[in-house]
Every structure is written in structure tokens, then in C-alpha cells.
Design a binder for this molecule. Structure first.
Ligand SMILES: [Zn+2]
Length: 256
């Protein structure tokens, strides 16, 4: 392999390693962010449940008071009933007692329903609180893990950056510029081998035979005429049928 090409391949391998660590840290941060979002939504759910519980407690207190009021009224009316002399008055007070008993029954039913709801809401609160505790503990563990991994990665990245600097100094400026430009525009790979059949492994199009022959000589710096990636011959790659790709026409090369 041409020396300049081997330096660019080395540079790409270093860049890929660096990217691996950056992606790893990015993913770890995303996981923490996801946990934080779930935790936030659970905290909102807990707040809502607590509000529901307060509301139910108010209703229960209200129903209790209503029941007590109806009971007092009924007792008073029953006492008054004893002193009544006419049937008309008796019937009227009897109706009032029945009405108050019905209202008391309604309040008792409401109280019962509120008590049942309160039990269910209180149960949910316990569950959500447990989930929040678990999430908070998982998050603090992830944060701790992240900090440790970040330190590890930064130390490894430092080594790779030093290696990158060394590789960079060996590459001709023009080639480095091309490599960096393709990397930004296309992502990886910016430099890619051509198979023995003449197919670029970046876009799988066939190189024109003359261009392919020039590439075999390893004396040209060449970019794929289709995908613009820097190309080189890698004899370790398997052959593929020339029919798999179409022959491209333009050429983009310089002597190296
Ligand atoms: Zn290509």
C-alpha cells in the first residue's frame, strides 16, 4: 500500500476509535436523560395523586359534617315529634325526617365512595413513590458510572488524539484537506478500498478499467468518480463480479 494512503487509513482508524468513545458517552448521556424524563413524569404523577388525595380528604370531611348535621336534625325532629298534637304537623315532620334520612344516606354513599377512592389513590401514591425512589437511585448510579467512564474515555481519547496528531503530520496537507472534507460531507468511510473486481466499497460502482489500472500501480492519489471517497487497492478484499456495478466515467486523481 502507498505510504500516504496507509497514513490516511491510519488516521481514519484513529478517527473511528475516537468516534466510538464519543458515541459511547453520548449514548450514556441519552440514557441518563431518558431516566430524568421518566422521573420528571413520575414526579408530576405523584403531585397529581397528592392533589387528588387532598381533594378526597376535603370531600370526606364535608360528607362527615353533612352526615352529622342530618343526624342532629333528625334527633331534634324526633324530639319535636313527641310534642306534636295534630296529624298534619306530625305528617309534615315525619316527611322532613324521611327527607333528612334520605339526604344522610346519600352523604353516607358519597363518603363510602370517597373512602374507596382514597384507598386506591393512597395505594397508587405508595407505588409511584417506590418507582421514583428506584428511578432516582438508578439515575444516581448511572451518573456515577458516566463520570467514571467519562474519565476513562477522556484518558483514552487523549492517547488517540496524540496518535492522530502524529498521523496528521505524516499526511500531505492537500490529502488531509480532502480527507477532512469528505469526512464532514459524507461521514465514514472517507477513505475506502476498491475490490479486486474494481468496485469501490464506498458506493459499489465499478471504476473504469484504465483508472483501476492506475490505482493498482499505487502511484496515484485517487478519489472515486462517483462517491468522491479516497480510494485504494486492498488485495485482501474478495473479488466480486464486474456485472455487480456499473462503470463510472469521470476520473479524479493526482500522482503520489
Ligand atoms: Zn465510490
Amino acid at each position: 500500500m502507498n505510504e500516504q494512503i496507509s497514513f490516511i487509513v491510519e488516521m481514519q482508524n484513529i478517527d473511528l476509535e475516537l468516534l466510538k468513545y464519543e458515541d459511547f458517552l453520548k449514548n450514556a448521556l441519552c440514557e441518563i436523560e431518558d431516566l430524568r424524563n421518566i422521573l420528571k413524569s413520575k414526579e408530576s404523577e405523584l403531585e397529581k395523586l397528592k392533589e387528588d388525595l387532598m381533594e378526597l380528604n376535603k370531600k370526606i370531611a364535608g360528607s362527615d359534617l353533612d352526615i352529622k348535621t342530618y343526624e342532629d336534625k333528625i334527633i331534634k325532629m324526633k324530639d319535636a315529634q313527641k310534642l306534636i298534637k295534630t296529624n298534619k304537623e306530625y305528617n309534615a315532620i315525619q316527611k322532613s325526617i324521611k327527607d333528612n334520612e334520605a339526604l344522610k344516606k346519600k352523604s353516607e354513599d358519597e363518603l363510602l365512595l370517597c373512602m374507596e377512592n382514597k384507598e386506591s389513590v393512597a395505594g397508587k401514591i405508595v407505588l409511584v413513590q417506590k418507582v421514583i425512589e428506584e428511578l432516582a437511585s438508578a439515575m444516581s448510579l448511572k451518573n456515577l458510572e458516566y463520570k467514571t467512564k467519562e474519565e476513562e474515555c477522556n484518558s483514552i481519547k487523549k492517547d488517540f488524539l496524540a496518535k492522530r496528531e502524529a498521523a496528521k503530520n505524516k499526511i500531505k496537507k492537500d490529502y488531509l484537506y480532502v480527507y477532512e472534507a469528505i469526512k464532514i460531507r459524507k461521514g465514514f468511510p472517507a477513505i475506502t478500498p476498491v475490490m479486486q473486481s474494481g468496485a469501490c466499497t464506498g458506493c459499489y460502482r465499478m471504476l473504469p478499467p484504465q483508472q483501476f489500472n492506475e490505482l493498482i500501480s499505487e502511484s496515484v492519489f485517487m478519489q472515486c468518480p462517483v462517491c468522491s471517497r479516497i480510494i485504494y487497492i486492498d488485495t485482501t478484499l474478495p473479488e466480486s463480479s464486474p456485472a455487480e456495478g456499473k462503470i463510472s466515467k469521470k476520473s479524479n486523481k493526482t500522482k503520489i
